[in-house]
Design a protein around this ligand. Structure first.
Ligand code: TYD
Length: 216
């Protein structure tokens, strides 16, 4: 596969969505083909599973939830991610399987062994080229969430303790998958966070793109 697959991870309110779109704009401005997608979701089946999870997650058996997330991931991978990468596209994905390890694994006690078994079935040896893990003090991320619209979903309404568990879970995945992960301090302005992210993305860019950026 000749494209590049960049995933963003982190708890609620850490600024993933903003940073995903800043990165997409930057890469497009450099003349690269870019596709932004998200999990659960991406394709029709995945988006349906996403709304199911968002509405009924609190009533669901954790293993059922994990299986649904991985079902959505399989469809997303086969129909969108893989073909795009085969066509030289930079695919930027808002969450990927590290989120399953944290939300279904750490938070809901599905074993790491079971999650990695599902990962193997669905993705084989496939891994992101880069995972940007946004790390932020829950006090700050919860403050950001409280300024969002009233349309907060079940995941956004979690208590501080859970936000801390999630933060530590992602710090752990960044460590375990250090060969593909970079832990980014998500505090400060979006522009400052983005410049930290670009430092990590730069080595993935084609040489001409990198040189132009350095000159300009
Ligand atoms: P999120 O990415 O935060 O988007 P939004 O901005 O719409 O809230 O929401 C997706 C939720 O899905 C997130 O809270 C975590 C959950 N999720 C899992 O539980 N497991 C997974 O594997 C993935 C990818 C997401």
């Amino acid at each position: 596969m000749t494209g590049r697959f960049i995933t963003f991870e982190g708890g609620e309110g850490v600024g993933k969505t903003t940073q995903v779109s800043l990165l997409a704009d930057e890469l497009s401005a450099r003349g690269l083909s870019v596709k932004v997608t998200r999990e659960p979701g991406g394709e029709v089946v995945g988006e349906h599973i996403r709304s199911l999870l968002k509405s009924f997650s609190s009533h669901m058996d954790p293993l059922c939830e994990a299986l649904l997330v991985f079902g959505a991931r399989r469809d997303h991978f086969v129909k969108l991610i893989k073909p795009m990468l085969e066509n030289d596209v930079f695919v930027i994905c808002d969450r990927f399987y590290d989120s399953s390890l944290v939300y279904q694994g750490v938070l809901k006690n599905v074993s790491t062994e079971d999650i990695m078994l599902m990962k193997k079935m669905v993705l084989g040896d496939f891994e992101p080229d880069l995972t940007v893990v946004l790390d932020l003090d829950p006090e700050v991320s919860m403050g950001r969430l409280s300024t969002r619209s009233l349309n907060l979903d079940a995941y956004d309404c979690m208590q501080k303790g859970e936000h801390e568990v999630i933060r530590n879970g992602f710090r752990k995945t960044a460590e375990v998958f250090s060969f593909r992960s970079v832990l980014i301090d998500a505090s400060g302005s979006p522009a400052r966070v983005f410049s930290r992210i670009m430092g990590a993305v730069q080595p993935l860019l084609p040489p001409m793109t990198a040189r132009r950026a350095a000159a300009g």
